[in-house]
Ligand binder design. Structure first.
Ligand code: SF4
Length: 685
């Protein structure tokens, strides 16, 4: 059979690279680079994950039929059943739980792994059933930076397209490792900026790939980025380096900010973070005097005090005028290519897909007119609180494409909680660690096996197309939701036969996607930048003339220093942090099933500084036990100068979340994933 070139957006990170899947007879033979469209983000390039991106769909472990649990929860014993039977069981359980406890006993999770259309339908189904308990695992990704930027700028998304990074004079890489987690961004845009003469600064306790390009590498203790950000504000303000015209005309709250940071000197920050005061001063002065791209990510985000850090950084961006013009960049940078698909379809306990709050009566009524059914008006629970409430307020969960038994902090506790659910449905492509606790598992089609819309970290909305047939009886997530809705008697609200029809409804419901029609996206492989009010009218640079706040100004917000919830002590003397590898993705559900990636990146390890290793009598390759107050894991040691003394670090794709902390920030519900107290002991083999 003749080969076809099918355009696909990469299923992994939010750079949103596009390529061709070479498809024949329902199978993908190989990947070909797309050099035909010079305006796509990756300009024809791909990283190792992108090249291997289709391998997992051929794994023999793919789910092919619906499953019903026959063993104990977590044991992994299931029997195959038909789709009809699966839908009947789920629908009757939903009815039973609604009758016994009310719809507020049911919680839904959307996902950063499924398309915009699919997230939208998960949201619509949850509201049609009558619950606002709705969230997605990406809660633990960007929910420091995202609310912080919304508070200061009125909108969280990236200010500029990636191409502006190449035009910056200074690149600040803060708690981010783009050379491994977004390699094409590093090669395509950051390296270009460096070639153009830009300077680069890294702020990270670890030496990440590409750090050698940096003129300065600040190595704070994990969880102390806030002290550095506050001290930088102190320097910029006390040395009067801020952009006075910008502050005067485009911000409010400067005097309050000035007062709030007056005692946060670089010397104060040095005592907390371990970073020499002079280095903090140098970086602050560079930011104030150069057009700066801020690549800030999980190392800053995934902390209980991450909100305050992100607000302080947003303040810094604003007072240095590094926003609303060409040649700068800042924004949220989801780890997954469809983080924005979930966030922008309102997958949150307090949102409507329109972006308005569920408590906004007028907004609810407007959507009720479009959807045709009543929408609950109460604020639901976030993911951590949902899991805490299992067995009390929450009796049933419906999880689409999320692996919370591994991705959530303190995952041993999460698994115990999942056992207490009256009923759990998991819709996924593999029998994940979470699916092992499910009562019913529904086999989903994977990326490459369905058409839909993806949104990248530069706000680029692109279409990805079906290039392969799903195995066995697996179905696309959107179709499963539609068929289940019919079984629930909600079919009149879910009359879709193709994702294009869902996208046309999104064009009407979500204002920022009005112009991202299926027809426009089919004809324009480069997609469009949201907000996209009409086809062909995307917005490349945000905030040129005003911010999204009610008065159009950036609202500077004073914040105070806040210690991480857990600090090293005598019993647990190290800081433990974690990171991502270039060859793996999230909980490994897909990348562990990609042979070329798994072969090259086969196992986890823990990084230990040579001085700490000497004290503990540990050599590279030794088996060690890493423990926190949540539990212990066995892992091989890697003794390396690439981690600072007093800190240990491990990739998070395997077991790291058995050790992290489920304490959350009260406002954002972000947990402590990146800075916990730990100990390391050598294990005799
Ligand atoms: Fe895929 Fe990200 Fe690699 Fe691009 S950089 S090929 S989107 S994993």
């Amino acid at each position: 059979m003749a080969e076809k070139l099918v355009p696909v957006v990469c299923p992994w990170c939010s750079v949103g690279c596009r390529f061709y899947a070479v498809s024949a007879n329902g199978y993908i033979r190989r990947i070909e680079f797309d050099y035909d469209h010079p305006t796509i983000a990756n300009r024809g390039k791909l990283c190792p994950k992108g090249v291997a991106s289709y391998q997992f769909i051929n794994s023999p472990k793919r789910l092919k039929k619906p499953l019903r649990r026959v063993g104990e929860k977590g044991e992994g014993k299931f029997e195959e059943i038909s789709w009809e039977e699966a839908y009947k069981i789920i629908a009757s359980k939903i009815r039973e739980i609604k009758e016994t406890y009310g719809p507020e006993a049911i919680a839904f999770l959307g996902s950063e792994k499924i398309t915009l259309e699919e997230n939208y339908l998960v949201h619509k189904l949850s509201k049609a059933i009558g619950t606002n308990h709705l969230d997605f695992p990406g809660r633990y990704c960007q929910y420091s930076n995202s609310p912080a930027r919304t508070m200061v700028f009125g909108s969280a998304a990236a200010t500029n397209p990636f191409e502006d990074i190449a035009k910056a004079e200074l690149i600040v890489i803060w708690g981010h490792n783009p050379a491994e987690t977004a390699p094409v961004l590093f090669g395509q845009y950051i390296e270009k900026a460096l070639d153009n003469g830009a300077e680069m600064v890294v702020i990270d306790p670890r030496s990440t790939r590409g750090h050698k390009y940096a003129s300065l590498h600040l190595k704070p203790y994990p969880g102390t980025d806030l002290a550095i950000a506050l001290a930088m504000l102190n320097v910029v303000i006390t040395e009067e380096l801020y952009d006075k015209e910008f502050v005067q005309e485009r911000t409010t709250g400067f005097e309050g900010l000035k007062e709030s940071v007056k005692d946060y000197t670089p010397e104060w920050a040095e005592k907390i973070s371990g970073v020499p005061a002079e280095e903090i001063r140098k970086v602050a002065r560079l930011i104030a005097t150069k057009r700066t791209a801020f690549l800030v990510n999980e190392g800053m985000n995934q902390h209980v005090n991450g909100l305050n850090t992100a607000i302080a950084i947003a303040n810094l961006i604003a007072i240095t005028g590094n926003i609303g013009k060409e040649g700068v960049w800042s924004g949220v940078f989801p780890g997954a290519q469809c983080g924005f698909c979930a966030a922008m379809s309102g997958i949150a306990p307090n949102k409507l897909p329109t972006g308005k709050l569920v408590t906004d009566e007028a907004a609810r009524e407007e959507l009720e007119r479009l959807w045709g059914f009543p929408i609950p008006d109460w604020i639901g629970l976030d993911l951590t609180t949902m899991v805490r409430e299992i067995g009390n307020k929450i009796r049933m969960m419906y999880i689409v494409g999320g692996n919370i038994a591994k991705s959530m902090p303190n995952s041993g506790w999460v698994r115990e909680q999942l056992k207490k659910l009256d009923f759990l449905v998991v819709q996924d492509i593999f029998l994940t660690e979470t699916a092992m606790y499910a009562d019913i598992v529904l086999p989903a089609a994977a990326w490459f096996e369905k058409t839909g819309t993806a949104i990248s970290a530069e706000r680029r909305v692109q279409r990805t197309y079906k290039a392969a047939e799903a195995p066995g009886e697996a179905k696309p997530d959107w179709l499963i939701i539609v068929e289940l809705a019919k079984e629930l008697g909600l079919g009149e609200y879910f009359k879709y036969e193709h994702p294009d029809e869902v996208l046309r409804e999104i064009n009407k419901v979500i204002p920022v996607f009005k112009g991202a029609t299926p027809e426009y996206l089919a004809e324009h492989p480069e997609g469009c930048f949201f907000p996209c009010s009409e086809p062909g009218e995307g917005t490349k640079i945000l905030f040129k003339n005003g911010f999204k706040t009610p008065d159009g100004k950036a609202h500077l917000q004073p914040v105070d220093w806040r210690e991480p919830p857990e600090m090293p002590d005598e019993e647990y003397p190290f800081w433990l942090t974690n990171f991502r590898l270039v060859g793996h993705w999230h909980t490994g559900t897909m990348s562990f099933e990609s042979p070329s990636l798994q072969k090259r990146w086969p196992e986890e390890y823990v990084m230990i500084n040579p001085k700490d290793a000497k004290t503990l009598g540990i050599k590279s390759g030794d088996l060690v036990k890493v423990s926190t107050r949540r539990g212990s894991i066995l892992v091989r040691a890697e003794v390396t100068e690439h981690i600072r003394e007093g800190v240990i670090a491990m990739p998070w794709h395997w077991q790291a979340n058995f050790l992290t902390l489920d304490e959350i920030n009260e406002k954002t519900k972000m947990a402590e994933l990146k800075a916990v107290a730990a100990k390391v002991e050598k294990v005799e083999e």
